[in-house]
Design a protein around this ligand. Structure first.
Ligand SMILES: [Cu+2]
Length: 165
């Protein structure tokens, strides 16, 4: 726990990037949270989500502090905004339902592995933009994402960030 402050300071350094990106006319979205923690064992985590979108390419970054060191947690962009019901955030945002395209390429997966200080960062770039109003949160799960099914266990915490405006 005593390390949490240092972790947040380090994560804040990364926030310097979007201001420059915005000057170039890039769409930028931010979320700070978590908005809701569904499992009280994770009350101490803090999250930041940043997304940049330009010319049909979108990059999303999830930064988390306060995690148990050494473990990997699945995380994804979900359709809904966060609510006290873990299912309020809806299912995974899908750019398409074409089964010939791997799930990881038509959803945004942001699995994070916590370092020795409980910090994890994941950045994913996809060759498409979010449909406005249809991606509302980033959910952190208990388990790594299954590459075939996209499942990642229980929903631990949710950060509302309305991606794509
Ligand atoms: Cu998810």
């Amino acid at each position: 726990m005593y390390r949490k402050r240092a972790g947040l300071a380090a994560a804040s350094v990364l926030v310097a990037v979007p201001a420059a990106a915005m000057a170039g006319g890039v769409a930028v979205d931010h979320g700070h949270g978590p908005t809701v923690v569904h499992d009280t064992a994770y009350d101490q985590i803090r999250t930041q989500v940043h997304a940049w979108s330009s010319e049909g390419t979108t990059r999303v970054r999830l930064m988390v502090t306060g995690l148990p060191p050494g473990r990997t947690f699945g995380a994804h962009v979900h359709t809904g905004t966060c609510g006290s019901d873990p299912l309020a955030s809806g299912g995974h945002y899908q750019h398409s339902t074409d089964p010939s395209v791997p799930l990881a390429q038509r959803e945004v997966w942001l699995d994070v592995t916590a370092d020795d200080e409980g910090r994890g960062v994941a950045t994913t770039t996809v060759p498409w933009a979010f449909a406005p109003g249809s991606a509302g949160s980033v959910v952190i799960h208990a388990l790594p994402t299954n590459a075939v099914t996209g499942a990642a266990g229980a929903r631990l915490a949710c950060t509302t960030v309305e991606l794509g405006g």
